[in-house]
Design a binder for this molecule. Structure first.
Ligand code: SF4
Length: 283
């Protein structure tokens, strides 16, 4: 089959780096776990126009709630052309009934364990309404299909070393969307971080970890960072505030090329932090 994986997007700011700074990992990861007998394309609406005249047999659209309207519009246009249209991502997971009005089939939760079955059913014409993904064990995952990303992106080397988060902040989707905290083998992560087939030096140099809480399992992150040091990369991620109390970790982060961490402070009010179940942030 010919498969188009579309990552829906609505531009939120008129100016600024967001437009073509860094891609989500979903599209190129899904492409990587697609069996090789299929022909797959990944289209990021963030930087590319969508080809509504595509000759693909199956259109898979990934999105989160902020982009649901864009995704539904895209789905509607393809349905008019009698394409099989699949929806996936957080919004679909939490809004099954709504999403099923727009798609032939939806994938809830994590797609890895059901993607191949879905493609098999699509080929046989026995597509089910819902494929409920279960948490992926994160073992033996191939490198994302970096070759399918447009050069327009400033950063191209996006990857995940862990999935999930052991905390349970009340406002956050991660604990229910990606339950359990899972780790990829360090050698797989180093393989992806070492991928260098990009045209520009900054695309080779910068590694963007799309993890929700990369640093939380200390023995794991410390062994990963020790392996990162010889690569001489710059890297960025998200982490929780507890890293501030671990001098050894901070040293390793610096030595391995950390240039940015997205930290969630949320509030300086103890009562809010308590309500939000944000026990890891200490005022
Ligand atoms: S620490 Fe971050 S990723 Fe983890 S539950 Fe809280 S907000 Fe979500």
């Amino acid at each position: 089959m010919k498969i188009d994986i579309i990552v829906a997007y609505i531009q939120r700011y008129e100016f600024g780096h967001e437009k073509d700074f860094v891609p989500p990992i979903t599209g190129i990861h899904l492409a990587a776990i697609t069996p090789q007998k299929h022909e797959v394309k990944v289209i990021h609406q963030q930087v590319e126009a969508i080809d509504f005249d595509s000759d693909a047999d199956l259109i898979a659209i990934s999105f989160f709630s902020g982009f649901a309207n864009a995704a539904y519009h895209i789905a509607g246009e393809y349905k008019k052309k009698n394409k099989m249209v699949i929806g996936g991502g957080p919004h679909v997971t939490y809004n099954e009934e709504e999403s099923l009005q727009y798609f032939d089939s939806i994938v809830t939760g994590e797609a890895e364990n059901v993607w191949e079955l879905l493609l098999h059913d699509a080929e046989k014409g026995t597509l089910k309404n819902i494929y409920r993904g279960t948490p992926c064990d994160m073992k033996n995952l191939p490198a994302p299909r970096y070759d399918l990303l447009p050069n327009k992106y400033f950063i191209k080397k996006v990857l995940q070393a862990t999935r999930g988060c052991p905390f349970s902040c009340s406002f956050c989707t991660v604990p229910s969307l990606n339950p359990g905290f899972r780790l990829r083998p360090v050698e797989d992560v180093i393989r992806d971080a070492s991928y260098d087939d990009f045209p520009y030096w900054w695309q080779r140099k910068v590694v963007w970890f799309w993890d929700d809480n990369l640093t939380i399992r200390r023995p794991y992150i410390k062994s990963l960072l020790k392996e990162m040091i010889p690569l001489k990369k710059w890297w960025l991620t998200q982490a929780s505030m507890d890293i501030a109390q671990d001098a050894e970790l901070l040293d390793l982060m610096k030595k391995s090329g950390c240039i940015g961490v997205f930290l969630e402070i949320e509030s300086f009010w103890g009562s809010f932090l308590k309500d939000a179940n944000k026990r890891q942030n200490k005022i």
